[in-house]
Design a protein around this ligand. Structure first.
Ligand code: SAH
Length: 353
């Protein structure tokens, strides 16, 4: 507004239209003069993406395929409140947002990196995922996890800028404690984030409690091994009161041995961290298998017996390929079409995109 020679309060008006009133166009900002609206419309837009396809139903997990302005796609997953099924703690609408188109980190079990990395999302595109889903569902999101496609800490500046907008009173107004950044283990950026002023939560995709195991399935470990990662986590802990969460996928014959459970228990105790065990979700084209329930339980019991807070997570959205590790690029498919195993629940918005 200063650049345009406009008074400062105009900026407040635009912010109010953008966030509080959720104006879908600049034309709709009716307390601005026609001339100013025209000038703004030549330079800016209020929406950059469209909802291409929604999979799932109202009471369960819904996956949104969003078409970006450059024709690429990302996925966002809405996990609704369902205390009856998932306990009091999940009495919230959680949105699992993407931070990049594709992913460069090539974790061997994950679908998101299968087609490689395309580009970072901008802060605006990250924030707009929430705006789009709220408009579509008529629900307010009160919990955000950066656990969609991409490695959020590899897109540090846009992700932290988005978090500031999402957190601010004038923006989306979600409490910092209700936002979780999940990382595959970018140690230097974890330290940087420890100094970020907002009290967001941190989750680490660990998936192996020794370098030997982790090296096999997560190439990032060759760059930042467990010692380096845990040094960064100790720094995080020195700056923050909140507990770190370890995500640990159980993959048959790869990382589900009890030796790993004992090592994991030791590492978790050292940081007073919680552990989320996630039975591996099938990814088309990948050979990994989920261990039996007995193996899952035995692994969890080692943690519990060692006094570690551990949960075996009941995944949502597995049937619509919206669960952890199942989000992937869809550029290879036709506009607005995704292969859904439950097509009868598929809703197509408008004429695609
Ligand atoms: N890149 C970040 C953000 C993605 S979070 C990170 O790695 O943390 C997505 C989560 O799903 C990660 O914990 C990831 O390891 C997990 N995941 C990937 N593939 C999976 C699969 N097939 N089954 C279950 N979880 C998976």
């Amino acid at each position: 507004m200063a650049e345009l020679g406009e008074p400062g309060f105009r900026a407040k008006q635009v912010i109010d239209w953008t966030f509080a009133k959720r104006a879908v166009s600049i034309e709709a900002m009716s307390n601005l003069s026609k001339g100013l609206r025209q000038t703004l419309a030549e330079r800016y837009v209020t929406r950059t993406m469209t909802i291409s396809t929604v999979t799932g139903s109202k009471d369960t997990t819904r996956k949104f395929l969003l078409k970006l302005h450059d024709g690429r796609f990302v996925e966002t997953v809405l996990i609704p409140a369902n205390p009856a099924l998932y306990g009091e703690a999940s009495d919230r609408h959680t949105l699992c947002v993407s931070s990049q188109v594709g992913c460069a980190y090539d974790c061997k079990f994950c679908a998101s990196g299968l087609a490689g990395f395309a580009r970072n999302l901008t802060a605006a595109e990250i924030v707009e995922q929430i705006v789009q889903v709220e408009a579509y569902s008529g629900e307010r999101m009160d919990n955000l996890v950066f656990m969609g496609m991409g490695e959020p800490l590899a897109n540090y500046s846009h992700v932290t800028k988005a978090i500031e907008i999402l957190n601010s009173e004038w923006g989306i107004g979600i409490g910092a404690r209700h936002m979780t950044v999940s990382t595959s283990g970018l140690a230097p950026q974890i330290k940087r984030l420890a100094d970020f002023p907002l009290q967001i939560r941190l989750a680490i995709s660990l998936h192996g409690a020794s370098d030997e195991v982790r090296d096999k399935i997560m190439p990032v470990n060759k760059k930042h091994n467990l010692d380096e990662l845990f040094e960064a986590l100790a720094y995080w802990r020195s700056k923050r009161k909140q507990h770190i969460t370890f995500e640990y996928i159980l993959i048959q014959g790869v990382n589900d041995g009890l030796d790993q459970a004992h090592r994991l228990a030791k590492r978790a105790k050292g940081l007073d961290a919680k552990v989320n065990l996630i039975p591996y979700n099938t990814v088309e084209g990948l050979q990994w298998v989920r261990p039996t329930e007995e193996v899952q339980d035995a692994f969890r019991d080692v943690l519990l017996n060692a006094g570690v807070k551990a949960t075996l997570r009941r995944e949502k959205g597995h049937d619509i390929a919206a669960a952890c590790g199942q989000l992937r690029l869809r550029q290879e498919t036709e506009d607005g079409i995704i292969e859904s195993p439950i097509p009868e629940k598929r809703i197509t918005i408008g004429a695609g995109a």
